[in-house]
Design a protein around this ligand. Structure first.
Ligand SMILES: *[C@@H]1O[C@H](CO)[C@@H](O)[C@H](O)[C@H]1NC(C)=O
Ligand SMILES: *[C@@H]1O[C@H](CO)[C@@H](O)[C@H](O)[C@H]1NC(C)=O
Ligand SMILES: *[C@@H]1O[C@H](CO)[C@@H](O)[C@H](O)[C@H]1NC(C)=O
Ligand SMILES: *[C@@H]1O[C@H](CO)[C@@H](O)[C@H](O)[C@H]1NC(C)=O
Ligand SMILES: *[C@@H]1O[C@H](CO)[C@@H](O)[C@H](O)[C@H]1NC(C)=O
Length: 483
């Protein structure tokens, strides 16, 4: 065509204009008719779309330009390769309701399907996935899919990532899952899955993330030593029993998140966990773990989040060498720490501290944290702490929760510079005096019962049990003040 264009520029220009004009309707319809039909079929079953997520999905327009649609970048092949619809978590109108239409099976080049935070997408396991020969990535999260996972889920052998986090799937994890050997991510967290974790999961050698938290899984933690690439192992909030298996030790070089909390685990904490050099988060909370915390934990110098609360652990607690812990929870074990450990006090980045019932016997003024800037939650309840927290509270600009109930604090409530961010205050069962500041009316949780407070209670929404047992508090919800 080039010579023609050169010799007859005017004619060819007008030819091009003419042909463009003639072709316009078909040119605009760029994407493949199967893709258009499949997507419009999906839209047709959506009953509600209050945030107009699918408003650009209109017949006779290029579906490659629709919101949430990605087409192949290869010019020879203009097929839909990804469907990505994300609801906004903080916007209550950002959802889609209805089932996932089987018509999506027409999108035979689909490589990734991302339906995330759509909240009201319903129906059973989307069997259309079996019809998609090129599907590698499935993330259908925070929707309302329910029913059983199909026995033959292992036939989706091309999958590299499979996430159904935050749905309502129930029944067992099918054994055939062990055939999905290309998976790098398997995430079934926050469903209602039951039965045992299939032993065959061991075969998923490329897994980096295994998230089965918040289900109803029973039985022991299986041997996962074949998963040598594992970075995240998240099995908390299930009904797992037995000991933390020795096979977990193979994960020492790589695992960053080890979350086994809120199960029924017994036995002691294995010493090898101290060798987990990359560990960022260790959650063993709310189990039945016994014995002391291994001295090898001194070697966890880079851990940020450690939660061992609600177990049956005993002294002596290792003197950790961690430089900056962010969140530490040791509450409700059988510790007698005596004081708040120095490695906690010296952390420049700590924001959350739970040392309830840890046998701390000190004066509050003796605790001089290096940095208080990040603190948003402090629970020191059920210890024997005396003195006055005013100096600390004067340094915590962003504190949201403060629980010092059941200690021996004696101070004047009116002489504290309470942080403006405070929302939950429990200082029941102490020896505080003074009046209740008017600002407490704005808190979302308050308990000042069993102290030596006096005077009129400012207008509040809290029940009488928040104020009982003081010297002379009066007014609603307690009896009126005497004249
Ligand atoms: C895995 O796939 C193979 C070959 O397709 C099949 O024979 C086997 O039964 C499958 N395993 C499971 C547990 O489904
Ligand atoms: C900490 O790690 C070093 C080197 O890996 C090892 O020699 C030492 O025994 C470990 N300490 C504890 C208390 O396990
Ligand atoms: C404060 O701690 C006590 C004992 O640990 C607990 O019973 C209480 O519920 C806590 N208060 C709040 C508001 O969480
Ligand atoms: C809070 O800190 C400021 C500045 O350091 C100081 O002037 C003030 O007296 C303190 N207030 C209380 C109640 O401790
Ligand atoms: C306040 O604390 C007391 C004693 O710890 C407890 O009995 C009561 O239920 C608590 N009230 C509220 C509203 O939390």
């Amino acid at each position: 065509m080039k010579p023609l264009t050169l010799s007859l520029p005017l004619l060819s220009l007008s030819l091009i204009t003419l042909s463009l004009h003639l072709l316009a309707p078909t040119l605009a319809q760029k994407c493949h008719p199967d893709d258009v039909a499949g997507l419009l079929g999906f839209k047709a079953l959506i009953k509600e779309d209050p945030s107009s997520m699918l408003s650009s999905w209109k017949p006779n327009t290029d579906c490659c330009k629709w919101d949430g649609i990605t087409c192949s970048s290869l010019s020879s092949m203009n097929r839909v390769t990804a469907l990505s619809l994300y609801g906004q978590e903080d916007d209550p109108k950002s959802f889609l309701s209805g089932p996932i239409s089987f018509s999506l099976s027409k999108l035979t080049y689909l490589n990734g399907i991302y339906l995330v935070n759509l909240r009201k997408i319903t129906g059973a396991f989307p069997s259309l996935l079996f019809k998609l020969p090129n599907i590698n990535y499935v993330y259908i999260e925070n929707c309302e899919l329910h029913g059983a996972l199909p026995e033959n889920i292992g036939q989706l052998f091309g999958l590299e990532a499979l996430s159904f986090c935050g749905n309502k799937f129930s029944g067992p994890i099918p054994n055939s899952i062990s055939n999905l050997t290309k998976l790098t991510q398997l995430k079934f967290g926050r469903n209602s899955l039951s039965g045992e974790i299939p032993a065959g999961i061991q075969r998923l050698k490329s897994l980096r993330i295994l998230n089965l938290e918040h289900n109803m899984l029973r039985g022991p933690i299986p041997d996962l030593s074949g998963l040598t690439e594992l970075l995240y192992l998240e099995l908390s909030h299930n009904r797992l029993i037995g000991k933390i298996p020795a096979t977990i030790s193979v994960h020492a070089p790589l695992v960053q998140f080890l979350e086994l909390g809120h199960n029924l685990l017994t036995g002691s904490i294995p010493s090898f966990l101290g060798n987990f050099q990359k560990l960022d988060t260790l959650d063993l909370s709310s189990n039945y773990l016994t014995g002391p915390v291994p001295q090898s934990f001194k070697n966890l110098t880079k851990i940020f989040n450690l939660d061992l609360s609600e177990n049956l652990l005993v002294d002596p607690f290792p003197a950790m060498k961690v430089k900056g812990i962010e969140s530490l929870k040791l509450s409700h074990n059988r510790f007698h720490l005596g004081k708040i450990p120095d490695w906690v006090t010296s952390s420049p980045i700590i924001y959350s501290l739970g040392l309830a019932g840890c046998g701390i016997k000190m004066q509050f003024e003796e605790w001089k944290p290096k940095d208080t800037y990040f603190y948003d939650y402090i629970d020191l309840s059920g210890n024997e702490i005396t003195g006055n927290p005013a100096a600390l509270l004067n340094r915590t600009e962003f504190l949201v929760g403060f629980n010092v109930s059941s200690n021996k604090l004696s101070f004047d409530l009116g002489k504290v510079n309470w942080p403006k961010t405070l929302r939950d205050l429990d200082m029941s069962r102490n020896m505080a005096k003074g009046k209740i500041p008017a600002s407490f009316a704005g808190l979302s949780g308050l308990n000042v019962s069993y102290n030596h407070l006096c005077g009129l209670i400012p207008a509040t929404k809290f029940p009488a049990s928040s104020f009982l047992g003081n010297d002379c508090l009066c007014g609603k919800p307690l009896p009126p003040c005497r004249k």
